[in-house]
Design a protein around this ligand. Sequence first.
Ligand SMILES: C[S@@+](CC[C@H](N)C(=O)[O-])C[C@H]1O[C@@H](n2cnc3c(N)ncnc32)[C@H](O)[C@@H]1O
Length: 275
Amino acid sequence: MKRTFKLPAHIRELHRQWKTGRHFVKGQPFHTFALVHRNRQFINAEMRKLVPKPENTTALEIGPGISPVIQGLPFKEYFLLEQSPGLAKELQRTVEGETTHSRVFFPQSLPSDYAKKWHIMDGRIEKLNFGQNERFGLVVANEVFTHVLEKDRMSAFRGISEKADALLVIDRPVVRLEDVKQNVIAQARQMLEKVAESRPLAKLVGTVKIEGISLEEQERAANAMLKHPLSFAKMSRQQMVDFGPMADYLDRNGWAGQLLIVEDMVVLKARRKSL
Ligand SMILES: C[S@@+](CC[C@H](N)C(=O)[O-])C[C@H]1O[C@@H](n2cnc3c(N)ncnc32)[C@H](O)[C@@H]1O
């Protein structure tokens, strides 16, 4: 009888949280492309090319996490749509000057009308709730589509493009399954090395965890990854975004766009031709 392999429970749970957005209940647990200073400068320059006169228009950023990139240009008004109520609250407190959370890059001393220009909303990219004729000069979604189920990605993309004059989308692109598999194997080997390095410390102090996971669990997961790399690769590939259908959709619908590769990310930037 053919036995089907089941991924370890904590890996399945991480994947579930990734897809449902629960990953971000307590904040933003990891670093992103947009949080690197050099990349932020690149994003600012690209936004400026897309929207040469930001002061005349509005911007919407979806899933800004702890640091909206649209703050890089002087827009007339700023809209943030964040599915994590915790993050939305943190952003709200920041624009109101109540907190100077070091990870949120808003200016430390805020002009008195600052809060009035910012509108922070709870919500998901799959369910935009704007008026039929409402459009933004720029809509941004950085590392958000990775968290949207594959089956819902294109309708969410169409949804944001209908609300935008210009678009900026950044995400991890989909690559060949075989390449993901090789990456899983390399990652598993690295995990086993880390576990081996941590063993002497564990002997001294008792319990040692790597990224909150015990050495035993790490070892079990790494061994499972080496034994069933394809199962892990298939799961991991669901988190990568296929930009092909997005670019085709824009081509067919009156947009001029470009796909850029920056580090290991894809940057989609586009503007309506009619503008
Ligand atoms: C990886 S973080 C990226 C944060 C930020 N854009 C950046 O690049 O640093 C993903 C963000 O998207 C939000 N998010 C996840 N799923 C979402 C969805 N379906 N709709 C809207 N936001 C979502 C998360 O709460 C989080 O703020």
